[in-house]
Design a protein around this ligand. Structure first.
Ligand code: SF4
Length: 339
């Protein structure tokens, strides 16, 4: 351990690991060795954090108190304000929040600038901040900026590592991990969401990890994809037993063609229902079949106690951001209709 307690052998320099990318056989997302947190748990979060920030009026956390909510991934062409505006205009009217991503292979304008553009276009942003590309000082700057522009919340993630060949020569920072970033965001006065990956090893420790993240300041947990709603139900129940009281948003896989499906299937730490994927891709109208599958999955997830909303996640269509936004808008509208 170093002075802040980083675990030797963790390429992401985590204190409060493991990350969500642990492979199914327990190996590290980044290296061939076994993840150093699988057999030796991280310490519990014990430092005090300020009381949670109140939900923004009319925002996702506020609305979730009275009805199911829809948090939609915002997939836009990077460095392209016109693309962002078009996608926000398609999604904002049918979404309670727009989740701005943070992708290793698709850098975009700084998060604060993207959030300001989303707000200007009529959306309610939840901004993902990852620890991969920004040191602690820059994360503090972004948190202050996000609070100043008035985002509904920030999703604090450690972040997936940059894959081989992706921007070689660029360092991967990991001054912080997602749990410590959550505490920093709570201290900055922002509503905080955190992710969790129910199917990633060590599976039996993941529920307690949610409780730990809540102690560090999280008010919402956004779950990664799992194969079935029953697995989500079991996970949420286990998290409740471990002491987590926060609400959950569960991921719905949105795909309507080969490319959008394979991207989701290939992402580390995610599990989608492969049989449904193949059925959708083989359907006479894969677009309609994919939308119907997503709506059905959303309905089933919203019936799980503790799940207050769904996250429409994925590219949705391989034909570009506008086509994907149209698919997600149709799914969101249908989910809201039945919810
Ligand atoms: S899987 Fe993640 S937490 Fe585990 S050692 Fe690798 S980078 Fe660290």
């Amino acid at each position: 351990m170093d002075e802040v307690g980083r675990r030797p052998g963790c390429p992401k320099r985590m204190v409060f690991g493991p990350c969500g990318g642990v492979r199914d056989d327990g190996r590290c997302e980044v290296a061939e060795e076994r993840c150093v947190f699988v057999d030796d748990p991280a310490p519990a979060w014990e430092a005090p954090v300020p009381p949670p920030a109140p939900p923004r009026p009319g925002g996702l956390l506020d609305r979730a108190r009275t009805r199911p909510v829809v948090l939609t991934d915002l997939s836009v062409a990077p460095y392209d304000p016109a693309s962002l505006r078009r996608v926000v205009e398609a999604l904002a009217p049918v979404s309670d929040g727009l989740l701005v991503g943070e992708h290793a292979n698709r850098p975009d304008f700084p998060p604060t600038l993207v959030a300001a553009e989303v707000l200007q276009a009529g959306g309610r942003p939840w901004t993902t901040l990852a620890c991969r590309d920004r040191n602690r000082v820059v994360l503090e700057q972004e948190l202050a900026g996000l609070a100043a522009v008035g985002v509904d919340g920030v999703l604090c993630v450690t972040g997936d590592a940059r894959g081989p060949g992706v921007r070689p020569g660029a360092t991967q920072v990991f001054d912080l991990d997602g749990v410590r970033l959550a505490a920093l965001a709570a201290t900055a006065g922002l509503p905080v969401a955190v992710p969790e990956s129910p199917s990633a090893p060590p599976v039996h420790r993941r529920p307690a990890r949610v409780a730990d993240k809540q102690r560090a300041g999280a008010q919402l947990c956004v779950l990664n994809h799992v194969r079935t709603p029953a697995e989500v139900a079991a996970f949420v129940a286990a998290a409740r037993r471990a002491g987590a009281t926060l609400p959950f948003v569960a991921a719905v896989a949105v795909y309507t063609d080969e490319r959008s499906a394979r991207v989701l299937q290939g992402f580390p730490g995610l599990h989608v229902d492969d049989a449904t994927v193949e059925r959708v891709l083989a359907a006479p109208d894969p677009r309609a079949a994919g939308i119907a599958a997503a709506v059905a999955e959303a309905r089933a997830l919203l019936a799980v106690p503790g799940v207050v909303g769904v996250n429409l996640s994925g590219l949705a269509a391989g034909g570009g951001e506008d086509a994907g936004a149209q698919v997600k808008a149709e799914v969101a509208a249908a989910v809201r209709e039945v919810a």
